[in-house]
Design a protein around this ligand. Structure first.
Ligand code: SDX
Length: 423
């Protein structure tokens, strides 16, 4: 058996059941219960899977106690210094950073697949003006399967590089088109002479009457933000992708499900909620009142951008983003009052035993929105930015799930409803 390092004995009624203990490469241990029901008739109960490992994975490692995040064994602190988002996307999907040849091929695939099918461009005309870009994105990505029907799932028949490049590139174009449509401006097409992030910024902000100046510092920062959001092991949206994909749904419909899960305010939608919260606190002026509300069980208010299912210390991504936030706003001579509010909220929370006792720290979303504001990204596009960045992570997990001996995901339940004699 894979990774078995011993056995645990479970005493059930008069039986001693041996459960294999498996161990990961970073020493994480688990009880393998895959034979439990067959051998004992029992299942385990773990709502929201808070104590359950859904799979083996070689893609990303998160240590929530020590604030560690590594993609394919490489710490994010290293990747943001030396790589671009495109190289990290390749690393996540293929397992190693691309050599020069692979990088050139991947870049050319991204370029030739950056155009949206012209028939799809007209879809945008039929969304209501105020439609949230995340809803537009999940709809448009689902529609890709109608335009590229040969992405099936049994054998990854279409070359994974092409599927990856098409998704990562076209979705970036879709996102920029959705923004341009929302402000009533003509769309700006991708350019073959621009890098991935520069192209996105240009498609978002260039116009025939006000040419956009692509600043290297903004491009560098966008690469860092995309790298930091690129994967995070079995989070809610990645679990959605692995679950939907296990039914052998095509890649585009699977990714569309990931987009929908990510849009939730408890997940990727939090980055937009954080800025709305900081603005509300700034207008009110009384930080202590909001700290009290966040602790009040009878008050639905929560500190958005705080807390995490896995990190019980400072989210290592938030450490980098907070530093970049200070540097970028200082260099751009931007004095955003929301940054001061965020710093004061963080200070108040981290000195309050409620948050300390529960290990509630700023997560990846707490400072991200302030940086996006400084870059000119509109608030309703914040979660779209998260989705663009998370595409390679979702694709890597879909590929890993399909490449293994994954069966369709179908958990059990404990029925507590009516019975014929208790109707
Ligand atoms: C992401 O999983 C991932 O990896 C996700 C992600 C990724 O990269 O994919 O990292 C991205 O989604 C980051 C999280 C973004 N969401 C938010 O910032 C929303 C605000 N945070 C909370 O809603 C909450 O912290 C969650 C949803 C993130 C985590 O919730 P859990 O793990 O289910 O924890 P919980 O709700 O059971 O909270 C434990 C305790 C509770 O109090 P008690 O019942 O013990 O008294 O902590 C409290 C909670 O009330 N608590 C908070 C709080 N978060 C948890 N109290 C106030 N404010 C908060 N933000």
């Amino acid at each position: 058996m894979e990774n078995v390092c011993g056995y645990a004995t479970l005493k059930i009624e008069d039986k001693d059941v041996q459960l294999p203990i498996v161990v990961g490469t970073e020493g994480e241990k688990a009880l393998d219960i895959s034979g439990l029901r067959k051998n004992t008739g029992y299942v385990t109960l773990d709502p929201s899977f808070m104590n359950t490992a859904a799979c083996y994975s070689q893609i990303t490692y998160v240590d929530g106690e020590h604030g560690i995040l590594r993609y394919r064994g490489i710490p994010i602190e290293e990747l943001v210094k030396t790589e671009s988002f495109v190289e990290v996307a390749y690393l996540l999907v293929h397992g190693q950073l691309p050599d020069l040849e692979q990088r050139k091929l991947f870049s050319s695939l991204l370029n030739v697949n950056s155009l949206l099918h012209e028939d799809m461009r007209h879809f945008f005309d039929h969304f209501p003006r105020g439609a949230h870009p995340m809803h537009i994105l999940s709809t448009m990505i689902n529609a890709l399967a109608a335009f590229y029907p040969n992405v099936d799932t049994q054998s990854l028949s279409e070359d994974i590089d092409l599927s990856t490049a098409r998704l990562i590139s076209i979705v970036r174009t879709m996102a920029a088109f959705a923004y341009k449509k929302s402000i009533g401006e003509p769309v700006v097409y991708p350019r073959h002479d621009l890098t991935y992030c520069a192209n996105f910024l240009n498609m978002m902000f260039d116009s025939s009457v006000a040419p956009y100046e692509i600043k290297p510092e903004t491009v560098r920062l966008l690469n860092i933000l995309f790298i930091l959001h690129a994967d995070h092991e079995q989070n809610c949206s990645t679990t959605a992708v692995r679950t939907i994909g296990s039914a052998q749904v095509n890649l585009y419909a699977t990714i569309s499900a990931g987009i929908s899960a990510l849009s939730g305010p408890l997940h990727g939608g939090a980055n937009q909620e954080v800025v709305a919260m900081l603005r509300m606190i700034a207008e009110d002026g009384n930080i202590e009142k909001f700290i009290r509300r966040a602790k009040d069980k009878n008050d639905p208010f929560r500190l958005m951008g705080f807390g995490h299912r896995v990190y019980k210390t400072y989210d290592p991504r938030a450490v980098i983003i907070k530093k970049e936030c200070h540097a970028f706003l200082k260099k751009a001579h931007i004095n955003d009052p929301l940054l001061q509010v965020a710093l004061a909220v963080e200070q108040a929370a981290l000195n309050d035993e409620y948050f300390v006792e529960r290990h509630l720290y700023p997560n990846v979303d707490f400072y991200t929105g302030i940086l996006y504001r400084a870059m000119g990204i509109p608030e309703n596009m914040f979660t779209v930015m998260f989705a663009l960045a998370r595409l390679p992570g979702w694709i890597a997990h879909w590929k890993e799930m399909l490449g293994g001996n994954t069966k369709i995901v179908r958990p059990r339940q404990i029925y507590v409803g009516k019975t014929p004699n208790k109707a």
